[in-house]
Design a protein around this ligand. Structure first.
Ligand code: ATR
Length: 291
């Protein structure tokens, strides 16, 4: 569809705030969903410098921009510019979705919803299970809180820098009654029933095609599902190892799609039909892989 077929004086504007944003897939993702649902809206990238996020958000309100996604490096800084924050986003400590309200923007975190959908789509229930997390940086927070939200029995955090993992474990325990353990990657074989594994480090990303934080692939013998938040390359070394040892391995594209869909649903107060969601995800997957 040509943009003159739907843009007019009533077109609603959405966007993504980040730096850099030039390579963001979100404009393609959001505009594809909006076209499929016949929305009169556009979604555009906004490059915003560190320290200027509050000014940008204030300007967004004055311009009537209905909603934003927020990406690296602004997911924490943006929290100071909001009139309200969803409790789950508050617990995670970062916001990736802003919705315009009467008083300003309300912040949400849909990264956690994106990850949750990866499991739901494969009928995997986290409750009562052991969740193993590789990494303790920004991306790990949502996964750690999901383990708490979904009542996992235990959360094991693996990280090169143990202090960072201890901090994250403490944060999770402050909100949820979940057993936590911090281990180094060399202690991985001691984990009992590590059914769910979430990879949140940058190891294996881009040209690092032989990189994996899990050196002993035998570990995956007892793992049911692996979600690697990386989607370039499409299949990481860790995913290949996991599949070869019988685990279901999912890359980060599903999470990317479903966090975007969740933002779209929040902005428009709608629930997108499951079948249509899968159709759109497949369409965007083909587009992403083919370009
Ligand atoms: P993000 O916000 O994308 O999670 P981040 O906050 O910089 O990025 O976190 C990166 C994560 O990848 C951290 O857990 C980091 O481990 P450290 O806390 O020890 O730095 C992990 N990471 C990055 N490079 C790594 C490597 N070569 N080996 C193991 N872990 C690595």
């Amino acid at each position: 569809m040509n943009c003159i077929d739907f843009t007019n004086g009533k077109t609603q504007v959405f966007g993504i705030i980040g730096n850099p944003v030039e390579k963001s897939f979100s404009p393609i993702l959001q505009n594809t969903i909006a076209r499929a649902l016949g929305m009169n809206s556009v979604y555009v990238p906004f490059k915003v410098e560190k320290g200027a996020v509050a000014t940008a958000v204030k300007g967004g309100k004055e311009l009537g921009i209905k909603g934003f996604n927020v990406t690296v490096p602004h997911k924490i800084e943006v929290m100071e510019a909001l009139c309200d924050i969803d409790p789950v986003a508050e617990r995670i400590g970062s916001v990736n979705t802003l919705k315009l309200t009467e008083n300003g923007y309300k912040g949400y975190n849909t990264d956690i919803i994106g990850l949750k959908k990866c499991f739901e789509e494969r009928n995997i229930d986290i409750s009562g299970k052991t969740v193993v997390l590789a990494g303790a940086g920004g991306a790990a927070n949502s996964a750690a809180m999901l383990a708490g939200e979904e009542k996992a029995a235990k959360l094991v955090i693996l990280n090169r820098t143990k202090e960072k993992a201890e901090k994250l474990a403490e944060r999770v325990r402050a909100y949820y009654s979940i057993e936590t353990e911090v281990l180094g990657y060399d202690e991985i074989m001691s984990i009992e029933n590590p059914e769910i594994f979430v990879q949140t480090t940058s190891v294996g990303m881009g040209n690092d095609v032989d990189g994996t934080p899990v050196k002993n692939a035998e570990f995956f013998n007892n793992v049911k599902i692996v979600v690697d938040i990386i989607y370039t390359p499409w299949e990481t070394k860790l995913m290949k190892d996991a599949s070869a040892h019988g685990a279901v391995a999912v890359n980060g594209f599903d999470m990317l799609f479903y966090q975007g869909l969740a933002s779209f649903e929040i902005w428009n107060d709608i629930k997108v039909d499951k079948e249509l969601a899968v159709k759109l995800k497949n369409q965007l997957t083909d587009f992403y892989c083919g370009r």
